[in-house]
Design a protein around this ligand. Structure first.
Ligand SMILES: Cc1cc2nc3c(=O)[nH]c(=O)nc-3n(C[C@H](O)[C@H](O)[C@H](O)COP(=O)(O)O)c2cc1C
Length: 264
């Protein structure tokens, strides 16, 4: 990691903002003029989170291996919390999709937003696989049905599938799969966060999504399905979401279980 501080630009007085926000606290050695410096013994721990660069009011810090420079934004341009609350409450699962495929550019836009999720040590290891063909989606659903044939719910699900009702992937035009490095402790958590970002952004764009639970369970243990997916080496399926243009719109917000908290 190459991190540079241009002390000529440094404007902080008593409190050095970069030293406050560094997660590992290695920007702290102050020189005789009281400018912050990087403690090179600890620089190894830098996770390239970019907080020091983002907080510096005088752009004195550069983190070199961040792929794109930070972008400014209008801090006054805030969405009212009540609007966000309503937005979050109106996200619902969609299970009936139009046949129309979503253009690749639009899918890329959705996937790109998930690059801004929090990840442990800023590892950013989530990889994506997007299934785009109806035939492949059908084949995957059929493999999932093979997998669940022996479970309790199998009878009804298999019957419905055999009657042409794809209860696994709902005839969605796309299946977005979040992959994580095998044996990586935070893989499932980070995939869950990434898919949630993506799902919420899809909601903002009036696209329909539904978590592909049957698929995810099968894809984590059923070899014929993992073989079919031909996963990149050393990656496993951590979650999936069906996505497409919704046929229906809902008009009300459902009741949910009451808040369940243990306050200590
Ligand atoms: C991890 C997970 C797995 C899910 N799997 C499926 C699934 O396989 N099929 C399906 O139709 N819905 C699935 N769902 C959607 C839930 O049924 C749905 O979120 C829940 O009933 C609440 O409804 P809402 O999303 O419309 O608010 C899943 C949701 C989650 C979070």
């Amino acid at each position: 990691m190459k991190l540079t501080i241009d002390t000529a630009k440094c404007r902080c007085k008593e409190i050095k903002l970069c030293t406050c926000v560094c997660p590992y606290g290695f920007i702290w050695e102050l020189d005789e003029k009281k400018f912050p410096r990087v403690n090179q013994d600890l620089a190894y721990y830098c996770i390239a989170c970019g907080h020091c660069e983002s907080i510096c009011p005088s752009s004195a810090i550069k983190v070199e291996n961040i792929t794109e420079p930070p972008t400014g934004y209008d801090k006054k341009n805030k969405i009212p919390a009540e609007d966000i609350k309503l937005f979050l409450k109106t996200r619902r699962s969609v299970r009936t999709f139009k046949d129309t495929p979503i253009p690749r550019k639009e899918l890329e836009d959705l996937l790109n937003i998930a690059r801004w999720i929090p990840t442990a040590s800023n590892k950013q290891q989530v990889k994506w696989m997007v299934i785009n063909s109806k035939e492949k989606i059908k084949q995957i659903s059929s493999l999932v049905i093979d997998f669940i044939k022996n479970s309790k719910m199998a009878k009804e699900l298999v019957e419905r599938f055999d009657q042409g009702d794809d209860i696994v992937l709902r005839n969605a035009p796309h299946l977005i799969i979040a992959l994580g490095e095998k044996n990586y402790f935070w893989g499932n958590a980070e995939a869950g966060i990434a898919l949630t970002y993506l799902e919420l952004y899809a909601h903002a764009k009036r696209l329909g999504t539904c978590w592909a639970g049957y698929f995810t369970r099968a894809a984590t243990s059923y070899q014929p399905l993992t073989d079919y997916l031909d996963l990149p080496e050393n990656y496993a399926v951590c979650g999936g979401i069906m996505i497409g243009y919704p046929v229906f719109r809902l008009h009300s917000i459902p009741f949910r279980n009451h808040l369940d908290v243990v306050w200590r």
